[in-house]
Design a protein around this ligand. Sequence first.
Ligand code: C2E
Ligand code: CA
Ligand code: CA
Length: 671
Amino acid sequence: MITLPEFYEYDIVALSILIAVTGSYVTLTMNERIVHSIIRGRTNIWLITAALSMGLTIWTLHFVSMMAFSIPIQYNISLTIISMIPAILAAYAAFYILYKTSRRWWTFSAASITISFGSVLMHYIGMMSIIIDSDIIYNPFYRFLAISTAIAASYAAIRFFYYFTQKRDVRLKIIASLLMGTAISGMHYIGMYSADFYVPEGFVIPEQNQSSSDMLVVLILLPAIMIFLFITILSFLDRRTAMQLAYTDDLTNLPNRRSLERFVHARTTPLNLPIAVVIIDIDNFKWINETYGYESGNELIIEFASRLKKAITENSIAARIEGNKFAVAIPGTFSHQEIRTLLTKQFNSYLKLFHAFGEPTPITFSAGVALAPEHGSNCNILILNAERALRHVKNNGKNEIVVYNSNFHNQDMERHIAMSFRSALENGEFYLCYQPKFNLHTGKIDSAEVLVRWESPVHGFVSPSKFIPIAEKNGFIFDLTNWILNEACRQMKMWQRDHHLIERIAVNISAPMFLSDRLIEIVKHTLQTYNLNARHLELEITETSIMQQFDNALKVIDALKKEGVSISLDDFGTGVSSLTYLKMLPIHILKIDKSFIDDVHTSYEDKALVKMIIQLAKLFGLTIIAEGVEKEEQLNVLKELGCDFIQGYFISRPERAEILDARYEQKEYRS
Ligand code: C2E
Ligand code: CA
Ligand code: CA
């Protein structure tokens, strides 16, 4: 027996390694698809294709490398084909372990042992398929080396594979494919090296049969190429459907919100082209859903979507952005009137009568429109403003198409603030400040106005001129004033006990509160709670609240007066009150508005006006307070005109009670 001399044709060896690397690269691409599809729950198809591609790579490598072998070989075709199976199955098992179980070091080990085992099995079945009149003897050391190389290299390659699918870097992908390709080739060639072909002496190496070896090339390469091609096409299609899924709405097949955003963004952000964004909402959809059931609701949405698609012009896009909300984006410049007319025309013929429930169902819808660049030059702002316009329609009777206007933004803001009130009160975000009133006759501070403050963690510091009108509108003013009255009376009681110089506090009362019959009860109850004499409490009301319901106001003032509470008329001069009314009002104090005081020391007219007000008030026996005094010159003029009290930054800003206490303990007040 002699050993056949073995050598390789190196160009074919190189080709085999190239095949191994390319195959690994394709497999890696499949692995990416697996990771992708895990997210969407469609893993199996990608597990199978990845296994096919890996198994075939190992298999092709084996037979191509055999061609590089010095000895011309003939094969048993069935065994050749059967040898494919362990490689593919092992690859499937390895990827299954890798992607369907939790990843630890042992999952990586199990996967690499599995794939190595499959490759080794494939290798030996491949060797068995050789038709040769010789004994193949394996060198145990090299055989062991081949198997360990297989396991170690696949472990490294699999870890790297996995690492790549996490990182998604093309360079890593190439390195991983190189590694995997070399691992498979290395394992194979060491395996081949461990085999020795023993033939009887005088053995004649058969002539290479050209046609049969060509057959083999075709047999091996053609299916391999076809399968790689198939896998690549599949992967491409899957990517496309994934893209499509990401940009279309499942239920209606319309483009989805992301698609709309892409459409608008492409026109607005780089190019600043004009576009109209319309958000449409089916009115009372919740009711439809509840009455007819979700199925019918969905049918209606589908029907609406298909009609909306017909209603729009060619270069526009119609999308479903959520639930029963749709959007249309129409490139072009429009005036407010033009867009409304256009939409009314487009929608009216398509979006009126529906037969979604077997019977004719009149459906109405609301739409909000934002125009670029007028209402925003980026996609997010346009959609936001169109939504604001839509909300405005929804809150004002629905069934209309409205173009955005900046007031809507304020309305949003107001709603937001109004929604925060309750929790603000519960969380102690409100507190009180007291602004001293200075008595010009005694030269002493003897009373103070109570001014509420709101430090919101959400909105920051909100001025009372902003939130009081909102609280008045939404009814929160009742609870708020109740809290203010309580807090102020509690403070006043403490001051009274301490013989503080502030002997009276003035609480501002808003019109709705003043005109409600609850005020007297609340005031009485609060005074009782703190055991406070009514002479320590003053209520400031504005002219406008009195003029709204004069007779009612008269009654309330009378009742309060009977209780012993003083009433002052705030902001005097800014309203429309006539002096005749003033005469009829049983009030005690008149507060001249800051706007008259601002120039009282420089403007002759203002000084004359203030002088007249003071004289008139004196005639009616009223006490006069001037508010908003900021300068000494103003104080001097007011003193000269016979004003009784002044209030303003010149004396003190509104401060927390503790600060006033500290200040007056140090006798830091003016006289
Ligand atoms: P108002 O009742 O006319 O209160 C006077 C406002 O003028 C206060 O503003 C006060 O801080 C400010 N002020 C006082 N002296 C000066 C000055 O010398 N210069 C200037 N520039 N301003 C001065 P504030 O506290 O921001 O309150 C604004 C309005 O909010 C109040 O006008 C009142 O209508 C309302 N408000 C404040 N607190 C309450 C409250 O507790 N209840 C009710 N219903 N309304 C309140
Ligand atoms: Ca006031
Ligand atoms: Ca005032």
